[in-house]
Design a protein. Structure first.
Length: 555
């Protein structure tokens, strides 16, 4: 009996001890185990060395997210050490790999891109447990003055949605204090900008450098895309009066609409594995108030053109013409406006002689009239109109070497440029009578536009001028790393620059003139490839656009 009493007392004592641990010790352990956040250093995309800016963003986010005893941000040193063993593009999977190595609850990553004086920031925070939806953030501004408020806004959103904390963040004013001028450089360390301007009650916007060499203005930029953009076209695809943007990448089409300053994804259309997309264009040729999408496509198996046309059905984009044996291009005719033109591919030749206007006959697209073009003209890289502003019907075209040529209505050459323009990486291999391909390549010229950008009732010739890393010395290889747009005007002897943009970092693969953001104004829109797809790097492209009226110098 005595032994039973002792056993009972021991059990009672152990039970009280266990209850003590449950009610007192476990809460203390939980309270001592704060939420861990990893901030992966933001990727910097710029011609400048922005390492200091990368450090500043990390410091600011770390400071604004840390809450003693509740939220702990892993040190930058530990984070960078863990990154040494992780490879690949920085995405959700990458972030979770780093988070697992550092026993984190949340991982924050992003990028900051500087194009001239335009700055954009993309950021994302993922929950390692997968319970909460990732928090995403995007900010675009002209100058660095909005970066600090954007970081604070994002940090505040994280504190509220992830940690349930209400943190009041007052956006700094963008109005300079009395006696101050707007001369702050966009390359000043952001934490220093915050400290210096907080005492003055506001943020001084960065002035940066003017983007336009002649005239005023700048460009806006979309978010980055993880593909190599090769073609661009813009038009009202759905018939609702608003324009959509089509980007060709590989054998896929990506369709967007610019809404509220951002490019919203509408549709991705993937081609067949044996397709090689050459060009894309948009126009309402069948006159039903919905623009068709014209895709020039080559069948890599048969070496024959396999072009097709898509149109919005009300619920999806469906083919209305397939297996077309035409190279397609949409040009702007000086009288007839938007015009679809086509050219055939021959046996043993890439382009047969003759460019034809194509029209819709109710079932497909047929050739109607042969255009009065100089012999040897390829449908890519020419414009019809009056480039000399002398009241003549003329043709301005870009040859395979990038020289501009002006021809009169009789086909006689009036002028040829000494300078080279264009610069495209898109090319076709020459084919033999047996349809075998040689290593010799024809690089396709860029578009040429006639436009009156400064509203003086005179045409300018609008061209892009890409700069190659190796020049154009190698016959079968082109790789371009930067470019500019130029508007050339006739001075009586030749075409000379009226205005040009400052250098664009990246390869300008295509460009278009249209009201891309549906604001009623015409924009110069371009696809820019900043990184190619390779074994060690992932592709990256973006879309930039200028208000055309802001590019030209005033009269």
């Amino acid at each position: 009996m005595k032994n039973q009493t002792l056993i009972y007392r021991k059990i009672k004592t152990i039970s009280f001890f266990l209850l003590f641990i449950i009610f007192f010790f476990i809460p203390l352990v939980s309270a001592a185990d704060p939420v861990r956040v990893v901030v992966i250093p933001f990727k910097m995309h710029s011609d400048q060395d922005l390492g200091f800016l990368q450090n500043g963003i990390f410091d600011m986010l770390s400071t604004r997210l840390s809450h003693p005893g509740e939220v702990e941000v892993v040190t930058k040193e530990k984070t960078e050490e863990s990154l040494k063993d992780v490879s690949g593009s920085i995405d959700d999977a990458f972030a979770k790999t780093v988070g697992a190595k550092l026993d984190a609850d949340y991982v924050l990553f992003g990028s900051l891109t500087v194009f001239g004086n335009s700055v954009s920031m993309d950021a994302k925070m993922v929950d390692m447990a997968g319970i909460k939806q990732p928090l995403t953030f995007y900010q675009q501004s002209q100058g660095m003055d909005d970066v600090i408020p954007a970081i604070n806004e994002f940090a505040s959103e994280i504190n509220q949605k992830a940690f349930g904390k209400q943190v009041s963040v007052q956006a700094p004013s963008t109005v300079p204090a009395p006696g101050q001028t707007q001369t702050q450089s966009i390359y000043v360390h952001p934490e220093r900008m915050w400290e210096e301007d907080a005492g003055r009650g506001g943020m001084i916007p960065g002035s940066g450098s003017p983007f336009i060499v002649s005239g005023a203005g700048g460009f806006q930029k979309s978010r980055n895309f993880n593909f190599e953009a090769e073609g661009l076209a813009i038009g009202d695809l759905t018939g609702d009066g608003l324009n959509e943007t089509v980007i060709m990448a590989g054998r896929s089409l990506h369709i967007f609409r610019n809404q509220g300053g951002r490019m919203a994804d509408l549709k991705e259309i993937k081609g067949e594995k044996y397709h090689n997309y050459i060009s894309v264009d948009v126009a309402d040729i069948n006159k039903n108030d919905r623009s068709e999408i014209f895709v020039t496509c080559l069948n890599v198996n048969t070496k024959l053109l396999d072009s097709f046309v898509l149109e919005w059905s009300g619920t999806d984009f469906v083919p209305i013409a397939q297996g077309e044996k035409w190279y397609f291009r949409v040009i702007t005719h000086p009288i007839d406006g938007k015009m679809l033109v086509g050219q055939k591919r021959g046996i043993g030749t890439l382009f047969m002689e003759g460019v034809f206007q194509l029209v819709w006959d109710g079932q497909g697209y047929i050739d109607q009239d042969k255009l009065p073009l100089p012999k040897g003209t390829v449908l890519y890289g020419f414009a019809m109109g009056d480039p000399t502003n002398e009241g003549s019907d003329m043709v301005v075209s870009m040859d395979a070497e990038g020289h501009l040529r002006i021809y009169n209505s009789a086909g006689g050459r009036e002028w040829k440029s000494e300078e080279r323009y264009g610069g495209s990486e898109k090319n076709l291999r020459f084919i033999g009578p047996d349809r075998s391909e040689s290593e010799s390549r024809l690089f396709l010229p860029h578009r040429v536009f006639l436009v009156d950008s400064n509203k003086d009732n005179k045409n300018e010739v609008l061209v892009v001028n890409n700069e190659a890393f190796t020049g154009r010395l190698l016959k079968n290889y082109r790789r371009y790393g930067s470019g500019t747009f130029q508007a050339l005007t006739w001075d009586g002897l030749g075409l000379n620059p009226l205005w040009q943009t400052q250098k664009i970092s990246g390869y300008v693969s295509d460009y278009y003139l249209a009201d891309m953001n549906n604001d009623g104004n015409q924009e110069l829109v371009a696809t820019v490839v900043s990184r190619r797809d390779s074994i060690i790097t992932s592709p990256k492209s973006t879309v930039i656009w200028y208000d055309l009226s802001m590019l030209a110098p005033s009269n």
